[in-house]
Design a protein around this ligand. Structure first.
Ligand code: HEC
Ligand code: HEC
Ligand code: HEC
Ligand code: HEC
Ligand code: HEC
Ligand code: HEC
Ligand code: HEC
Length: 477
């Protein structure tokens, strides 16, 4: 009797265990099982299409992740009600388009047209998007065997399509690429209007490899087809000159009043009064009503750049209204401003050059600002010689003790050793292993022994003679 019971119990227990193992595999996302389940269902049965408002967005995304639902299309839902009247327009603030400034400042304007600042947000065109729109280059695979994205150019514009084809049935969703973000050093992302709301599109362009791929960040990871990531004001604040957000909304903006590119007004103040005054007084040579960062107190001069180059920061008030010369703290709360943690970069891609630089001896023991080294009007990419010249504004090559050992071979490599290229590892987000990590120059200028060792090693491979440690070249003392 006892034995029988025992046998029954063990059968029951094993049975339950087996059920749990199956469920467990299912919950762990054993996709092959789910694939089988799906194979027998028509597309309309397994494909989920969710329309979400910005309020629901995070919750829905979280739910999809948790439940590992495959084949979920997430589309934005934007209410029809027109938002409350927009508070201020660019005209009221006196924002001037850059070509108007160019009428009197031809030199700055001509340089500026190639500047990453101007090019950082644009309307899409074959010039502003670096991408290829021909098959097969315009296709992006997904985890899902029957679904892919396609990026296409039509006479009416540029579009990102989601195609799902399965057992003779098909699903298509198409969204227009309305704005391009990024000059293209690392890549470009694309935004789309739904009514007056802005969302990021699921496919981005990556310069490395010249390819289309899934947009960076966990929102686009995994197996969802996401057209609903809201674009917040802060994103535009760093990448544009003017957008007016509809009050009490996260991502609704005035569609007929924005200015793309980071232009003159962001660093010199809105400028209309300056323009009108000098148009009316053509012989006046004293500047009227305009800020020149070079004439500001150093903290305020650095603040002009720190609007966008101090990484994660929270908007207190709309950043678009900041005028150079004002304390930044009234607009932004900067992360870690009162802590020693200077390298925590929750933001996916923008480093905190301000904080790193401010902790360098160069900065602390001189009156250096950001534009001691950078001309923000120009495109200075790939001009290695320039950076050495900038160091030599204040240093002699002989100041570098390393030079006594290695000779002048190090003369053109100052930044390789003292401002190493670093990957900000903590910008890698969970679930997005393939996200490219942009390497940036560490603005903490100091002696980095490990970096030096690497540079010397590279040097001795490429120029075995010049760099033998201890061998001085003829000109070094
Ligand atoms: C009608 C001609 C005119 C226009 C348009 C104009 N400026 Fe000026 N700007 C001047 C003159 C004149 C000066 C004084 C002489 C000089 O420094 O070149 C000046 C000086 C400046 C200075 C130097 C200020 C200083 O204190 O050193 C800056 C910066 C400047 N302008 C920016 C701008 C910006 C930004 C715009 C567009 C919003 C603009 N200007 C549009 C005529 C103009
Ligand atoms: C704190 C300011 C800031 C915010 C917020 C920000 N960015 Fe950026 N972004 C930058 C800076 C600065 C760079 C250039 C990288 C660098 O030099 O640090 C950049 C680079 C980029 C690039 C690559 C540009 C290139 O030429 O390779 C893209 C694309 C981009 N950002 C998109 C976005 C999107 C989309 C958002 C919002 C969802 C956003 N950024 C939010 C400041 C910002
Ligand atoms: C990203 C910030 C930024 C943008 C955008 C910008 N400037 Fe400047 N501008 C500066 C800084 C910083 C200085 C001071 C540079 C220095 O003295 O080394 C400056 C200086 C100037 C000067 C004074 C030059 C002199 O020799 O004294 C003029 C004029 C000027 N800018 C015009 C413009 C115009 C016109 C535009 C738009 C086409 C523009 N700037 C866009 C940051 C900017
Ligand atoms: C309104 C935001 C904003 C302000 C203000 C701003 N920047 Fe930028 N800056 C950006 C963005 C966004 C990028 C990335 C552009 C891209 O490649 O798409 C950038 C890129 C740069 C780069 C890299 C250029 C390259 O070759 O890729 C330098 C250097 C730079 N900024 C310096 C400055 C300096 C110096 C100032 C202050 C005088 C300044 N910026 C002010 C937003 C800003
Ligand atoms: C001592 C010189 C120096 C100073 C001062 C300086 N930078 Fe740089 N910066 C560099 C060099 C060198 C590079 C790398 C340029 C390249 O490789 O094309 C760089 C690159 C950048 C870039 C491109 C992304 C990156 O990090 O590689 C940005 C953005 C930037 N600087 C912003 C700033 C800002 C903002 C300040 C002021 C807080 C500043 N820089 C001060 C030398 C300087
Ligand atoms: C505006 C002037 C200025 C510029 C430009 C400048 N430095 Fe410096 N730097 C200083 C001063 C001042 C010190 C502190 C005194 C000293 O050590 O010579 C310093 C210190 C240093 C140190 C020693 C740091 C330490 O922690 O002991 C290094 C290394 C250095 N600089 C490298 C560079 C490099 C590389 C560049 C160019 C990318 C550069 N500097 C640009 C002014 C400058
Ligand atoms: C191969 C790597 C390397 C290159 C390239 C290099 N340095 Fe250095 N630098 C070092 C090292 C290592 C030290 C510290 C040497 C020591 O103290 O024994 C140093 C020291 C310095 C110091 C003095 C720091 C102090 O202790 O006060 C300055 C300033 C400096 N370098 C500037 C420069 C400049 C400017 C250039 C370009 C002309 C340059 N370095 C190129 C590796 C390098």
């Amino acid at each position: 009797m006892m034995k029988k019971h025992w046998q029954l119990w063990s059968v029951l227990c094993l049975g339950t265990l087996a059920v749990f193992v199956v469920i467990g595999a299912y919950w762990r996302g054993d996709n092959s099982r789910r694939e089988i389940a799906k194979e027998s269902l028509p597309i309309r049965k397994w494909l989920r299409v969710k329309e979400v408002s910005t309020d629901e967005y995070s919750g829905v995304l979280e739910g999809i992740r948790r439940d590992q639902l495959m084949g979920t299309v997430i589309l934005p839902r934007v209410p029809d009600v027109p938002g409350p009247v927009v508070a201020k327009r660019s005209q009221d603030v006196g924002i001037v388009p850059p070509h108007v400034c160019g009428q009197c400042h031809a030199e700055q304007w001509s340089d500026f047209q190639q500047s990453p600042h101007l090019l950082t947000s644009r309307e899409p065109s074959h010039e502003s998007t670096l991408a290829k729109y021909q098959p097969p280059d315009n296709r992006v695979k997904t985890f899902h065997p029957h679904a892919w994205f396609e990026v296409i150019a039509k006479p009416s514009g540029f579009f990102q399509q989601l195609h799902i084809e399965y057992q003779g049935q098909s699903y298509l969703h198409e969204a227009r690429m309305d704005l391009v973000l990024g000059s293209g050093k690392v890549g470009q992302s694309f935004l789309s209007w739904t009514k007056d709301a802005l969302h990021q599109l699921p496919v981005s362009y990556f310069t490395d490899g010249a390819r289309w791929g899934h947009s960076p960040g966990s929102d686009f990871a995994g197996d969802n087809f996401n057209y609903a990531r809201p674009i917040t004001e802060r994103c535009l604040d760093c990448h544009a000159t003017w957008f007016e957000r509809v009050p009490q909304t996260l991502n609704r903006f005035s569609r007929d009043d924005f200015q793309l590119g980071v232009t003159c007004s962001r660093c010199h103040g809105s400028g209309r009064e300056h323009v009108e005054y000098h148009q009316a007084h053509p012989n006046e040579t004293d500047p009227h009503a305009i800020a020149n960062p070079a004439k500001l107190h150093r903290d305020l001069a650095v603040a002009v750049c720190a609007q966008c180059h101090s990484s994660e920061a929270e908007l207190v008030s709309t950043g678009f209204r900041y005028q150079p010369g004002e304390p930044l703290a009234e607009y932004l709360v900067q992360a870690g401003a009162d802590t020693e943690v200077e390298n925590s970069i929750p933001d996916p891609h923008a480093a905190n050059q301000q904080r790193r630089l401010e902790n360098s001896a160069c900065f602390r023991q001189s009156d250096m600002t950001c534009f001691t080294c950078h001309d923000p009007h120009r495109n200075e990419r790939g001009r290695e010689k320039l950076w050495v010249e900038r160091c030599l504004k204040c240093h002699e090559p002989e100041d570098c003790h390393q030079r006594k050992l290695t000779g002048e071979a190090v003369d053109r490599l100052c930044i390789e050793c003292h401002m190493p290229l670093v990957e900000y590892a903590d910008i890698r987000r969970p679930g997005q292993d393939s996200m490219p990590i942009p390497k940036m120059r560490d603005h903490r200028i100091q002696v980095w022994p490990e970096t030096t060792a690497n540079v010397l090693q590279r040097l001795s491979k490429s120029q075995p003679e010049a760099s033998k440690v201890g061998v001085k070249s003829s000109r070094s003392r």
